[in-house]
Every structure is written in structure tokens, then in C-alpha cells.
Write a protein that binds this ligand. Structure first.
Ligand SMILES: [Zn+2]
Length: 99
């Protein structure tokens, strides 16, 4: 059993809840405004440094996420880092199928 924790949503700052997913590690948020999404520790830290408009865009994308899909914000993996031209990606935001 995983624990449900309270934390304000990193995208819209409304009171939200998360539980920890492992492998890969992320916080799975459920938010009254953004519905649900996953975010890793790297991205959560990164989002504290970005403009509010960027957060609004991400929040809009989570709301568009269809059922059986999950909106995920995560640190780029090693091969993604290598493939990127400068400037380096700081965060991957993608919608993945969870079927
Ligand atoms: Zn939210």
C-alpha cells in the first residue's frame, strides 16, 4: 500500500494529492484542476524556476490527456541528452499510453 500525501499542485498550486510510484520514481499527482500526471524530482525542482505561463501550458496539456494515457514530466535520459542540440533539454513532457 502506498501512502497518499498532500501537496499543492506544482502546475496550478491548488491543493492536490500524490502518491509515490517506483521504477521509475515519480510522484503521481491527482489535482482537482489538472486531473492527473506524473512528475519526477528533477522536474518538480525545475518547475519552480519557470514562468507561470509555462506552468499554465503544462496544466492545459494534462487536462487534454485522454483516458488510458498519462502526462509525464521527467528528466531527459542519457540518450535524449546526447541527441539534443544545445541548449540542453531540461525536462521531457510527454503523454504516454498506459494500456
Ligand atoms: Zn493542478
Amino acid at each position: 500500500m502506498s501512502t497518499i500525501n498532500n501537496q499543492n499542485c506544482p502546475l496550478c498550486n491548488n491543493p492536490a494529492k500524490y502518491e509515490i510510484f517506483h521504477d521509475p520514481y515519480c510522484k503521481h499527482f491527482t489535482c482537482p484542476s489538472c486531473v492527473e500526471f506524473c512528475i519526477d524530482a528533477h522536474s518538480e525542482h525545475y518547475l519552480k524556476t519557470v514562468p507561470k505561463e509555462f506552468l499554465s501550458k503544462l496544466s492545459a496539456r494534462t487536462k487534454e490527456t485522454k483516458s488510458n494515457h498519462m502526462f509525464v514530466m521527467r528528466e531527459p535520459n542519457a540518450s535524449e541528452m546526447k541527441a539534443q542540440p544545445k541548449p540542453m533539454l531540461t525536462m521531457i513532457a510527454e503523454t504516454i499510453s498506459i494500456t
